[in-house]
Design a protein around this ligand. Structure first.
Ligand SMILES: Nc1nc2c(ncn2[C@@H]2O[C@H](COP(=O)(O)OP(=O)(O)OP(=O)(O)O)[C@@H](O)[C@H]2O)c(=O)[nH]1
Length: 560
């Protein structure tokens, strides 16, 4: 299948390609004394995996006219260096993307050598290849105009990929600093390392001369960025998919991959051997398989983050498999694969950035929801006990500091248990809702209204003295018993007992609430459906006449 794809995409062949498994002196090769040792190679690419220089021969199948300024083009050389002997040359043309042999008149797409005389059928070009990147170099002849056209396209494509990765990395670091979320740090490290890896092996680092000199003859820097990128990506995956909790086995597998990556990083410091590149690709493939498995398992469990991971990693896994197959000599990938991998990295990074942002958004929604639940009572919409006491603390402190009055009212539905028992819990709930609605409507916007527990409600009245607070409480009482409740075709009257207290100078919140509660208790004790105010030394109760709700009588309760 892949062979068919390659065959379909392969262009008409210009050269017969042959390889010499050795590195004789150039004079021997050019004199033709090792000609019979060259072995034919299928296709039109140079693919070396060893670190030692090897000789390749390109024999023209048909005449190449000098008319259109033909150039020998070795596409996607990465860090490889070549010495090219054209027919009649006494000195080779040396080429590499970076280092002393770099030719800045062309992009990093290819190593380009002019063929000013063209080639006759059967004439051969000899190339001594020093391989630093074990990937295929595609060989062809292009007229100068075409070389420039393709170079522009290549630069545009690489700028897009490297630009996307850099922008995403900057965004990630910005979010990391702004939000302080660790996943963004790992995402930043992943994207930055990937961008540096691509720029190192792809040759764009030659824009930075000292870095180019460092990397030019040594593939270790690029490899190090690649390994660091995979390490950072693994840490990101573990955190983003919460592998520690959800997939402990896969987490262990990822630990093994990380250990292998660390070993490779160490080995990479000591050796530049190409076999490390092949091993690094194998470990990357293993990491991709673990990541993909964790993502697929998460997606099956409807884990939202896993969908983004599947979307980001499926292309990477396929590309890694194809690359691995090629490195191990299983097949030749088409040339567009050289663009597919970096584009896959950039698009994967984009998907992960969107996924992580979605994750943050989801976390914020969950947190807002939890905070709403902690602040507002679901049944009545009143503040919860913890929310109202927290706010009361602040209001009392401010009132004490500003020497401003503040009062609180505690109220409780009379015989609420009976309503529950007689009409059921649903009616009881409805009663709580209606009582809340009726009473809240009688308050100012800056008064606080909170469900203190069961059917007990606390109202906080800032800037209110006891006298006014008693009127407010009376108003609340009247709001409930002014007309019967009609719930589920049942008509019944509910009444409230209320206790009011005004904050004394230097008094604690606990003491203030104790006094209001005592006043409420006094209302219950003295017959319910009434308001009791706690003055400095005594309780004063205002009671309603059950028959005429609006006509109140006043009575004084026991001295407290
Ligand atoms: N329907 C309903 N009932 C609740 C809820 N929370 C607490 N209750 C009930 O409210 C009742 C509270 O009763 P109490 O305040 O102790 O007594 P009471 O019947 O109101 O009598 P007094 O307060 O002395 O007038 C209990 O039966 C609780 O089960 C709720 O959210 N919904």
């Amino acid at each position: 299948m892949i062979g068919l794809l390659v065959a379909t995409l392969a262009s008409a062949q210009t050269f017969d390609v042959a390889r010499l498994d050795g590195d004789p002196v150039p004079a021997q090769v050019l004199a033709g004394s090792v000609e019979s040792d060259f072995a034919s190679v299928e296709g039109q690419s140079i693919h070396e995996t060893g670190s030692r220089p090897r000789w390749w021969r390109l024999t023209a199948r048909a005449p190449i006219s000098p008319a259109e300024a033909p150039h020998l083009v070795l596409r996607f050389p990465y860090l490889n260096h070549v010495e090219v002997w054209r027919p009649g040359d006494t000195m080779p043309v040396r080429r590499g993307l970076v280092g002393h042999d770099a030719d800045f008149s062309f992009s990093t797409r290819a190593l380009v050598v002019p063929l000013p005389q063209g080639l006759a059928t059967g004439e051969a070009i000899y190339i001594r290849v020093h391989t630093l990147t074990p990937a295929p170099m595609f060989v062809d002849v292009e007229p100068l105009a075409q070389v420039h056209r393709q170079d522009l396209r290549h630069v545009a494509m690489r700028t897009f990929v490297l630009g996307t990765l850099s922008v995403l990395a900057l965004l990630a670091v910005g979010f990391w600093i702004g939000i302080g979320e660790r996943s963004y740090a790992y995402l930043f490290l992943t994207l930055a390392a990937q961008a540096l890896y691509l720029a190192s092996v792809g040759g764009e680092v030659r824009g930075v001369p000292w870095l180019a000199d460092l990397i030019g003859a040594d593939p270790r820097v690029g490899r190090m960025f690649g390994l660091l990128g995979v390490l950072a990506s693994n840490s990101f995956v573990a955190l983003y998919l919460n592998l520690n909790d959800h997939h402990t086995r896969l987490m262990r597998a990822l630990h093994v991959c990380n250990a292998a990556l660390l070993l490779l990083l160490l080995a990479n410091v000591g050796s530049a051997a190409n076999v490390l590149g092949v091993l690094a690709s194998a470990v990357f493939l293993a990491c991709a398989v673990v990541t993909f498995t964790a993502s697929a398992a998460g997606a099956l469990k409807r884990q939202r983050e896993a969908y983004f991971m599947v979307l980001s990693w499926t292309p990477m896994l396929v590309l890694a498999l194809l690359r691995m197959g090629e490195l191990l000599g299983g097949w030749r990938n088409p040339e567009w694969m050289e663009y597919a991998f970096p584009i896959g990295l950039a698009m994967g990074g984009l998907v992960l950035t969107i996924g992580l942002t979605d994750h943050m958004h989801q976390m914020r929604r969950d947190r807002d929801h939890a905070s709403r639940l902690a602040t507002y009572d679901v049944l009545t919409g009143a503040l919860t006990r913890s929310a109202i006491t927290e706010r009361l603390d602040a209001l009392v402190e401010s009132a004490q500091r500003g020497r401003r009055p503040l009062s609180v009212v505690f109220f409780d539905i009379d015989h609420f248990k009976k309503i529950n028992d007689e009409y059921g819990h649903r009616v009881g709930d409805q009663t709580l809702r209606i009582v809340s609605l009726r009473t809240r409507n009688r308050l100012r916007t800056y008064d606080l209204f909170g469900r203190y527990g069961g059917d007990e409600v606390l109202v906080v009245l800032p800037d209110t003295q006891l006298r006014e607070a008693l009127c407010v409480a009376e108003n609340l009482r009247a709001a409930v018993n002014c007309r019967p409740l009609s719930i589920d075709n049942r008509l019944f009257t509910a009444t409230l007992s209320l206790g009011v207290a005004e904050l004394h100078h230097g008094e604690s919140v606990e003491r203030l609430l104790e006094r209001a509660d005592a006043a409420l208790y006094a209302s219950k004790e003295t017959g319910r459906d009434r308001v009791t105010g706690y003055t400095a030394s005594r309780l004063r109760t205002t009671a309603a006449t059950p028959a005429a709700n609006t006509a109140n009588t006043h009575s004084t309760s026991t001295i407290y």
